[in-house]
Design a protein around this ligand. Structure first.
Ligand SMILES: NC(=O)c1ccc[n+]([C@@H]2O[C@H](COP(=O)([O-])OP(=O)(O)OC[C@H]3O[C@@H](n4cnc5c(N)ncnc54)[C@H](OP(=O)(O)O)[C@@H]3O)[C@@H](O)[C@H]2O)c1
Length: 336
């Protein structure tokens, strides 16, 4: 009798559990499908929309400007040099306009804003893509002077903030989007210098901006690329700058690292960068295009498998694990 009751109890329990499991799996499938559909919805009439992209002489900005132009957007590409501007115009439609912009120069930003305001008229600016950036000097913190930090922060963070503040009224008018290019180095500090600091700053600035502008229909997205082959990761430039930093170190600091440290550091850096850097920069511009064309843009885009599967998960782990992993990529100083 007892065993009959037990059997019925376990039978009922098994039936409930298996139904519950099916229900959970079905709910996950429905949510995933709904997310996919929502994520795929697009905005219309791109030919009526203006997008400004900074840092278009090369890299992500250059490719993005070309792709948006092909899709029919009215693109205003900012370049640092006349040559960059002429080269870009050469491969795009007459619709694409360029303007010279140095994001560290307030007068240059004001001048670009006046140009854009005249171009966009009552439509306002649909997209502002803050892409311009630099990486060097990048290396051990102790090797830097304050100016080395400022050089990078001025472009990647202060410049980005000033450009955003200048163009925000035009973006607000269009109820448009701000897309800020951060990095996985804005989630995990892999090296010293101003670069990681600047990208953490971009993350924080973008989070505040998103919350503040949400009320006005302006959407803010952050792009977090992993490592890609562009001028920012150009090893020759990074190495040349590291040698400059090393050569100006006092003898006692050099001695604490050891005579051969710089060469070992460069070798380790070159080894990991050659493995990590992807040449498929379209992975990054696809995220930017989605942020500009999706009806519901995402808050964060991680571009590249290294970002998705390694760096961003690592950034959530306890510090002793990330310290160990990052430490394993570089040589030990002599006085360790
Ligand atoms: N490549 C990567 O692995 C990677 C990863 C994460 C994030 N990012 C970020 O992605 C963005 C684009 O970089 P990229 O990889 O495409 O490298 P890139 O080819 O060097 O592009 C950066 C662009 O910014 C311009 N720029 C530099 N200083 C400027 C200033 N003061 N005012 C205006 N423009 C300026 C550069 O012009 P010049 O060439 O004339 O200096 C260049 O056109 C940067 O914000 C970078 O930090 C890159």
């Amino acid at each position: 009798m007892v065993s009959d009751v037990e059997n019925i109890f376990y039978g009922v329990l098994q039936a409930i559990l298996s139904n519950l499991l099916s229900l959970i799996l079905a709910s996950i499938a429905v949510i995933a499908f709904a997310y996919y559909v929502r994520d795929s919805l697009k905005i219309g009439s791109v030919d009526q929309k203006w997008v400004l992209v900074t840092g278009c002489d090369s890299g992500f900005g250059n490719l993005l400007a070309q792709q948006l132009d092909q899709q029919g957007f009215n693109v205003i590409a900012t370049c640092m040099t006349e040559k960059g501007s002429a080269d870009l115009k050469h491969v795009t439609s007459p619709r694409l306009k360029t303007v010279i912009l140095n994001v560290t120069d307030s007068a240059s930003i004001k001048n670009a804003e006046e140009f854009v305001r005249t171009e966009v008229g009552e439509q306002g600016l649909w997209g502002l893509v803050n892409n311009a950036g630099r990486s060097t000097p990048i290396g051990p913190t102790e090797w830097m002077h304050l100016d080395d930090f400022k050089k990078v922060l001025d472009v990647n963070l202060i410049g980005l903030i000033e450009v955003t503040l200048q163009f925000l009224p035009l973006v607000k008018k269009a109820q448009g989007r701000v897309i800020n290019v951060a990095s996985i180095l804005g989630r995990l500090s892999l090296t010293g210098g101003g670069y990681c600091l600047s990208k953490w700053g971009v993350e924080s600035f973008s989070d505040s901006l998103r919350r503040d502008m949400h009320h006005f229909g302006v959407k803010v997205s952050i792009i977090e690329p992993g490592f890609f082959k562009t001028a920012v990761t150009n090893l020759d430039l990074i190495e040349k700058d590291l040698r400059r930093l090393w050569n100006q170190l006092p003898a006692e600091v050099k001695d604490s690292y050891g005579e051969g440290y710089l060469e070992e550091y460069l070798k380790a850096q070159s080894f990991s960068m050659n493995i990590l850097c992807s040449s498929d920069i379209a992975k990054v511009t696809r995220c930017m295009v989605h942020a500009l064309t999706a009806r519901h843009p995402r808050t964060r885009y991680s571009a590249g498998w290294d970002a998705k599967l390694f760096w961003i998960p690592l950034s959530y782990l306890p510090s002793f694990i990330s310290d160990f992993t990052v430490g394993a990529l570089l040589p030990l100083p002599k006085d360790n």
